[in-house]
Design a protein. Structure first.
Length: 248
């Protein structure tokens, strides 16, 4: 548990308390938004761990930013591979300052995308998010001004099973993140959920207009806001495939 002094420190004081580069783990970093976030953070001087399905997907960033990229190849929805990624992080870095769970990706699913496959998108991303949150907690606990960011697409934000059933961590990624918030806060870890606007949110706030985001512009907009440590950010993408490319 972190002290009240730490928890009450301003964001600026906490982030600028060390000259060491921040260590960020990004999942779903093979392409699209995850890759763009990684590149932008590397340009800022961060060290970035890339979770990719195939190691070759990380080769361009490894080449452009030698010594600052840690490649974690594997499928995080499979628990043994998620544990291996966390073990590598523990061995190489001992701690992380940020975890970006890019839970909108579905680059491992075959085309065409059917309703059944959409459920598989939710199920796979839900498992990966759960494994990463559990495994990253000890690493974040040792980090500086730690922050978790959960990013959902219109696909992964769907609910497993019948829509009329209550949303729970077992059937909804958004609920999984929200259910994790009290534990994260107790450890001094901020949580930001980046997701499309829900119908319930639209009833109480102005309707979010879908925008023509590409991966680079969306990554820039998200990173500009993360310093404020908001609990929620709305990302209403006009073309989901621009941020989370489907397999070709």
């Amino acid at each position: 548990m972190r002290s009240n002094t730490y928890l009450n420190a301003t964001i600026e004081e906490r982030i600028l308390s060390s000259d060491r580069p921040r260590r960020i783990w990004i999942t779903g970093a093979s392409n699209g938004l995850g890759h763009a976030l990684a590149e932008a953070l590397l340009e800022q001087g961060c060290k970035v761990a890339l979770s990719v399905r195939n190691r070759d997907d990380a080769h361009p960033l490894e080449t452009d930013y030698p010594g600052r990229v840690l490649v974690l190849a594997g499928d995080l929805h499979q628990l043994p591979q998620a544990r291996r990624a966390c073990a590598t992080l523990t061995e190489q870095w001992q701690a992380i300052d940020g975890l970006i769970v890019n839970a909108g990706t579905c680059d491992y699913l075959p085309l065409p995308i059917t309703q059944t496959l959409l459920q598989d998108v939710v199920r796979s991303n839900l498992a990966a998010a759960s494994h990463c949150l559990d495994g990253a907690l000890p690493l974040l606990d040792k980090g500086r001004a730690p922050q978790v960011v959960g990013i959902l697409s219109a696909y992964s934000a769907l609910q497993l099973g019948e829509p009329g059933q209550p949303r729970r961590p077992a059937n909804s990624i958004a609920s999984l993140f929200e259910d994790s918030r009290p534990l994260l806060v107790a450890h001094g870890i901020d949580l930001t959920i980046v997701a499309p606007q829900t119908p319930a949110q639209a009833m109480n706030t102005p309707t979010a207009i879908p925008d023509e985001w590409d991966a680079s512009s969306a990554a820039s907009a998200i990173l500009q806001r993360l310093g404020e440590r908001p609990q929620q950010l709305t990302l209403q993408a006009l073309a989901v495939n621009e941020l989370w490319p489907l397999p070709k």
